[in-house]
Ligand binder design. Structure first.
Ligand SMILES: [Zn+2]
Ligand SMILES: [Zn+2]
Ligand SMILES: [Zn+2]
Length: 294
C-alpha cells in the first residue's frame, strides 16, 4: 500500500508522462491485498492523529472519538466504465454511420439468433400459440389460423435495420450473446456495444490513464483527511454521516443537511430542550421533527 506522499508522486509522474499506465498500476497495487485498507498502515495512523479533533463535531462529546470520512473512493473499474462511456458517446456522436459488413459479421459470429414467430398472412409478431387446438397458431390481429409460423432470417433483420433503425421489425431482443453472460440484445443494443468496443480499443491507453488518475485523486483525497469529521462513537453509529455538513453559523460543529444549524447553534430554548431530552437514534430524529427544527 502506498503512502499519501507516494500516491501524489505516482499521480504526478503519470500526468507528466514520466511513467506508463501499466507500471503505475503495478506500483499502486503491488502488496495490495483485497480487504487491506489504508487504516492498517503506519503512515495513516500517524497522519490521522494530526487531524482528529478533541471533541465530537456533532455533539461535543469527548468519548471514544473516531475520524469519519464523509466520502469514499470509487473503485478503479467504476471510473473505467465512466470514462469509457464518455469516449463511446463522443465516438457515436461523430460516427453515426456504422461499417455495415463488420457489424453484420460481428452479429453472426457473436450472437445466437432466436427468431420470433410471425403470422404468414399479415406478418404480425407473436401469434397466439394454442396447446390443445389445431392448427397450432391463431393471429390476434387478422384472426388467421395456421400450423406453421414464418421467421425472418438474421440477415433480413439486419438489412431492415440498416434502412430504419427504429423499424417495428427490429425492436425485439432476439439476439443472445455467445459469451457466458447470454445477454439478450436487439440490433440497436448490439450497435451500441459494437461502437463502444471500437471507441474503447481506439483510445484504450488514454481511457485507462484518465480513469486511473481519477482513481488516484480519490485515494489521495481520502488519505488527505480533507473530507472527514471527528465523531464520537454514538454520533458515528446514529447518524448517516454522508448527509452531514459543517454548520454555517459556527463553522465548528456538523449538522444534518436538512437542518439550518447544528444543535449548539439553536436558539437557547430549543437547544436546552434538545439537550435535556437528547437520545440518539430514532427518538432523536422524531424529537427534532416535533420541535420543528427544519
Ligand atoms: Zn457525538
Ligand atoms: Zn395475422
Ligand atoms: Zn453551529
Amino acid at each position: 500500500m502506498l503512502t499519501y506522499v507516494e500516491l501524489i508522486e505516482l499521480r504526478d509522474k503519470l500526468i507528466n508522462n514520466e511513467i506508463g499506465i501499466e507500471l503505475a498500476k503495478e506500483r499502486c497495487w503491488k502488496d495490495f491485498k483485497e480487504g487491506q485498507r489504508s487504516w492498517h498502515t503506519k503512515d495513516w495512523k500517524e497522519r490521522r492523529l494530526k487531524f482528529i479533533k478533541e471533541k465530537c463535531q456533532i455533539c461535543s462529546s469527548t468519548e471514544t472519538l473516531t475520524l469519519q470520512h464523509l466520502s469514499h473512493p470509487k473503485k478503479y473499474n467504476e471510473y473505467l466504465r465512466e470514462i469509457t462511456r464518455t469516449y463511446t458517446n463522443h465516438y457515436i456522436n461523430s460516427n453515426s454511420e456504422i461499417d455495415k459488413s463488420p457489424y453484420r459479421n460481428h452479429i453472426l459470429d457473436n450472437y445466437e439468433y432466436v427468431p420470433i414467430p410471425l403470422c404468414p398472412n399479415c406478418m404480425n409478431k407473436n401469434p397466439g400459440e394454442r396447446v390443445r387446438k389445431i392448427p397450432k397458431y391463431r393471429c390476434a390481429d387478422c384472426k388467421h389460423e395456421f400450423e406453421e409460423a414464418i421467421y425472418r432470417s438474421a440477415i433480413e433483420l439486419i438489412s431492415i435495420f440498416f434502412k430504419d433503425e427504429d423499424a417495428y421489425e427490429v425492436r425485439d431482443k432476439c439476439f443472445v450473446s455467445n459469451d457466458k453472460w447470454k445477454n439478450k440484445h436487439n440490433l440497436s443494443n448490439i450497435k451500441y456495444w459494437f461502437q463502444r468496443n471500437i471507441a474503447k480499443n481506439k483510445d484504450a491507453e488514454s481511457i485507462e490513464k484518465k480513469a486511473f488518475i481519477l482513481y488516484l485523486n480519490d485515494n489521495i483525497k481520502y488519505l488527505s483527511f480533507e473530507d472527514t469529521i471527528t465523531a464520537c462513537k454514538k454520533c458515528a453509529s446514529n447518524y448517516d454521516l454522508y448527509k452531514m455538513e459543517l454548520c454555517p453559523k459556527c463553522k465548528e460543529h456538523y449538522k444534518g443537511i436538512q437542518y439550518p444549524t447544528c444543535i449548539q447553534c439553536l436558539p437557547e430554548e430549543k437547544r436546552k430542550a434538545v439537550e435535556e431530552k437528547i437520545e440518539f437514534g430514532k427518538q432523536w430524529r422524531e424529537m427534532e421533527k416535533r420541535l420543528g427544527i427544519d
